[in-house]
Design a protein around this ligand. Sequence first.
Ligand SMILES: *Cc1c(COP(=O)(O)O)cnc(C)c1O
Length: 364
Amino acid sequence: MSIAEQAPAYIRGISPYVPGKPITEVARELGLPVDKIVKLASNENPLGMSGMARKAIEAALTGAERYPDQFDLVAALAERHGVDASQIVLGNGSNDVLDMVARVFLAPGRSAVFSQYAFAVYPLATMSAGAACLAAPARDYGHDPAAMRAMIRDDTHVLWIANPNNPTGNFIPNDVLKRFIGSIPAHIAVVLDEAYTEYLPPEARADTTAWIKEFPNLIVTRTFSKIYGLAGLRIGYGVAASEVADLMNRMRHPFNVNSLALAGALAALDDRDFVARSYELNRHGMVQLICGIDMFGIEHIRSKGNFVTLKVPNAAVINQRLLKQGVIVRPLAGYGLPNHLRVTIGLESENARFLAAFEKALTT
Ligand SMILES: *Cc1c(COP(=O)(O)O)cnc(C)c1O
């Protein structure tokens, strides 16, 4: 009997999260310098971070010997969303916020519902809390509200929604989404994960945090990892009813967000020009990538995020051929999509590198 066997079965049953391959790892494997590698595997911002954020982070090095204070960022986010400061919960990445929700509302003997092909962190957070995972069949790779509702059991306490979803890019229109949330029993916490919301075209956006008044069981999560370009600093947040945020804050590690991330996020929020440039780059890059793959006769899932998922004949082989050319994308076998690869929209030159490498990978 080993010590590891003493862990609860629900912990031992967790499959580890598989991240996109780091540039440094591929560089080591190929013996190439890191600047010869193109990474389009983790939906990071190809422009880097905003100049304003960088300045604020550098300035925050002075004082980093002190424990961080979340006050200013919480106040700024409350103002941005038109909610009370007591409704904001900061996380070490929005991942941390998802985990807090799971620890607040889930436990052994409870269950959580999510969609097939939804973000991999939902089963992880659910299982870490000892709860059961109920995956509803997807429709056209996206969330099917009716199927998700049908999965709900008496012991269900959390329903996870990603909109747009990663890794498929599917988007639930706002009217459908609002009706869906309204149709979920009020005792179930509904998590609306909006990691990619800043990439939506203006007409598709909605002020979903305003829905919390009507649905106190709704928790909206956002991140600074994607359009704000701060993935390495780990910062995100949730907006919830005060009583929910209060419980989450009790579960939160007291100093879960570091002072550099807090300073960077606060400055990034105000850099509207950087966000606008990132949005435009993504819009053009999406057209560039889709036009390219269309010419190869490759199908894709329509995406509203900063990535696009392609259907390829033999994803594992294509992935290896791309890696050999120094191009990192994301295979999705772990998501139950063995014939798909997810490609992050990069700089124009990176997209071109991908397309050239992809054409070779398809034909050799
Ligand atoms: C990238 C992503 C996040 C963000 O995770 P962080 O922990 O904030 O870096 C959250 N949800 C989805 C669906 C994502 O794709």
